[in-house]
Design a binder for this molecule. Structure first.
Ligand SMILES: Nc1nc2c(c(=O)[nH]1)N[C@H]1C(S)=C(S)[C@@H](COP(=O)(O)O)O[C@H]1N2
Ligand SMILES: [Mo]
Length: 403
């Protein structure tokens, strides 16, 4: 068996599509394939991934991204300004991006807590009054790789760096308006969104979150029709909640008078670990995660190499709890924190940009940034480990080599 055949067998077994395999092969030979597969320890979808046909996982050009077997991670240093362009926005897919025929597409609303089950066409949905919200969407596992590389304990799942996040202007119809059309009964408890992708990815939310006017059924991203990789024709965006709750390619909205338990609030997207008691969450294996955490990151490669001399460093800070009010930075742990400049605008659901001037000498440095929001939340010095590596938000020690 040739090296390449062996690498393909290995790649297929760990869930890599033929297309990703060929991309990895051309990028760095069989070593790159093996490195990619070693990195992928799936959070429960491993069996499903392994069974997948050799289809393309995404449609967009993957070259600007850090490529994981099924995900595309944004390089923050490629961004300018508050809005992440669609072609640079990270992709997190559990199954390949589906092809959906808009002519036959229906958005269904069903369940034991709706009075009038509905099936809306795309045009009917788009004709409803719309809203636009500038909001970041961040994968619950963004920063997961630092559980291993910074805290010394590897968590299972895609080993994201800082780029499992993006911020866009989302235009759509409030979920609330569609629920009102369907006549939600007063005994409704949970609203579950179900995707049309192969794995029928779904994630329920409590009625109160579904009725929040900023919880949107989105059909446009940064003014363009939603791209296929980001959920065409319709996706949800739940500002402040983990990315997994922003279900893409929605086919059905299920409104139930009972709590709805699915994979993504029982075994995935739950906090499991010695310091995360689980008893009270049964049948879930731990507390299902909802809101994101406050974070800040430098818009630099990890590790970064910079020239000596005065320069401006930039980054992004975000909180699910409100506007970012300040960002601090320091080089050595013994140094005092210094204020960075937070750029306007600071919007309630968006990330904020910050910058500061730095005049480094040649050598190895570690730069740390820390954000605070309008409610006084800030990044904690430590977080208890959880097996699936969600919600890490300690101030990150960013390694920078100055030449
Ligand atoms: N139907 C469906 N929706 C989904 C997913 C998925 O695999 N299938 N992935 C979720 C996860 S985990 C994240 S982080 C976001 C990512 O959105 P993006 O790919 O548009 O960046 O989509 C969410 N919605
Ligand atoms: Mo995610």
């Amino acid at each position: 068996m040739s090296h390449v055949t062996a690498a393909w067998r290995h790649a297929k077994a760990c869930g890599v599509s033929r297309r990703s395999f060929l991309q990895l092969l051309s990028a760095g030979g069989t070593a790159a394939v093996l490195a990619a597969c070693g990195r992928q320890v799936d959070t429960g979808g491993a069996a499903a991934d392994a069974a997948q046909p050799a289809a393309a996982f995404w449609r967009k050009d993957p070259s600007p991204f850090i490529q994981h077997p099924t995900n595309l991670e944004t390089r923050l240093e490629t961004l300018h300004g508050l809005i992440t362009p669609n072609e640079l926005f990270f992709v997190r897919n559990h199954s390949p991006t589906p092809t959906i025929d808009i002519a036959t597409y229906r958005l269904r609303v069903a369940g034991d807590a709706v009075a009038r089950p509905l099936a809306l066409t795309y045009d009917e949905l788009v004709a409803l009054p719309s809203r636009s919200v500038i909001a970041y969407v961040e994968c619950a596992g963004n920063w997961r790789g630092f559980f291993g590389s910074v805290l010394g304990k590897v968590a299972s799942g895609v080993q994201w760096g800082t780029g499992g996040i993006g911020c866009a202007e989302w235009t759509g119809v409030p979920l609330r308006a569609v629920l009102e059309l369907a006549g939600v009964r007063p005994d409704a408890v949970d609203v579950n969104l179900v995707g049309l992708d192969e794995g029928a990815f779904s994630r329920p939310m409590p009625l109160a979150k579904a009725l929040d006017p900023d919880t949107l059924l989105v059909y446009a991203m940064n003014g363009a029709p939603l791209p296929p990789d980001h959920g065409f024709p319709i996706r949800a965006v739940l500002p402040g909640w983990v990315g997994g709750s922003s279900v893409k390619w929605i086919g059905e909205i299920q409104v139930s008078a009972q709590h709805t338990w699915v994979k993504n609030n029982t075994t995935s997207y739950v906090l499991i670990g010695p310091e995360w008691p689980a008893d009270q969450y049964a049948p879930a294996e731990g507390a299902p995660i909802t809101t994101q955490t406050i974070k800040s990151a430098l818009a630099l490669p990890w590790p970064a190499t910079l020239p000596r001399g005065r320069q401006i460093l930039q980054g992004y800070a975000h909180s699910p709890h409100g506007r970012i009010t300040h960002v601090e930075w320091r080089v050595a742990e013994a140094d005092p924190w210094q204020r960075a400049r937070v750029l306007e605008p600071t919007l309630p659901h968006a990330w904020a940009q910050f910058e500061f001037a730095w005049e480094p000498r040649p050598g190895s440095h570690v730069v740390t940034v820390r954000a605070t929001d309008e409610r006084g939340n800030t990044q904690p010095d430590t977080v208890p480990f959880n097996e699936k590596g969600y919600l890490l938000n300690i101030p990150l020690p960013h390694p920078i080599e100055v030449t």
